[in-house]
Design a protein around this ligand. Structure first.
Ligand code: FAD
Length: 198
């Protein structure tokens, strides 16, 4: 089998490498030291078409397949050794794809264009203190109370919280809606990030 990239993929790789060497690598130390991705970097990445890369063009993405998405991830990680930007990028590539394919029309229209423009982060909130791999042990629940859906629980190790809190965004959150069904009783909901003053 031939696993080499196509000519188009090679060209894309070269162009992402050039972009990252110019716009991302010079900021890598700053990103690492501050623990924060500067907004100009996200704006540049959005303008290049890297944010929410798998999201369809009608929502501002490239509709890229996962090989293309992975090529860009490798180049981003090469420039930003802290992995901050690579993780940010990958989370949006993965969960943007899911939101685009399975989200309601209203959710797609309200959330995705801001994600691909770099105006809002889209992440995943799955992991809990009891473990990450075993999603059957998730204890965050979502219940209907009257007309409201109430989510109760706590998540840990969540990427992009700082950026989402500062620039806007939210999380595809894994919750239990039928706790008695273990891993079959899970649902996904979108929770916008809101920081309450201490
Ligand atoms: C940089 C970074 C960013 C992250 N960002 C996010 C995020 O944005 N959102 C989010 O929800 N989470 C995030 N996480 C958490 C990540 O998803 C979890 O760390 C991951 O799911 C693994 O969970 P854990 O660390 O609790 O390990 P565990 O699930 O406890 O696993 C520990 C070890 O046991 C092994 N293991 C587990 N179950 C089995 C099994 N059944 N059989 C055999 N071996 C098993 C695993 O392979 C692993 O080696 C992030 C983690 C990192 C490192």
């Amino acid at each position: 089998m031939d696993f080499s990239f196509t000519e188009e993929q090679e060209l894309f790789k070269t162009s992402v490498r050039e972009f990252c060497e110019k716009k991302l690598a010079p900021r890598a130390r700053e990103i690492d030291e501050k623990g924060e991705i500067p907004h100009e970097v996200l704006e540049d990445m959005a303008a290049f078409g890297l944010l929410g890369i798998t999201i369809r063009e009608e929502y501002g993405g490239r509709g890229a397949d996962f090989i293309t998405a992975a090529i860009a991830a490798g180049e981003i990680a090469r420039a930003d050794i802290s992995m901050a930007t690579a993780v940010y990028y990958l989370v949006e590539a993965g969960w943007g794809f899911l939101m685009d394919r399975y989200g309601s029309k209203r959710a797609r229209e309200e959330i995705l264009p801001d994600v691909t423009k770099g105006k809002a982060f889209l992440g995943i909130a799955s992991t809990e203190a009891t473990g990450g791999s075993n999603i059957a042990s998730i204890s965050t629940v979502m219940e209907k109370t009257g007309e409201e859906l109430v989510v109760r629980g706590a998540k840990i190790f969540i990427s992009g919280v700082r950026e989402a809190a500062k620039y806007g965004g939210g999380y595809v959150t894994i919750v239990k809606t039928s706790p008695e069904l273990a891993h079959k009783g899970l649902s996904l909901c979108y929770l916008p990030v809101k920081i309450y003053p201490e």
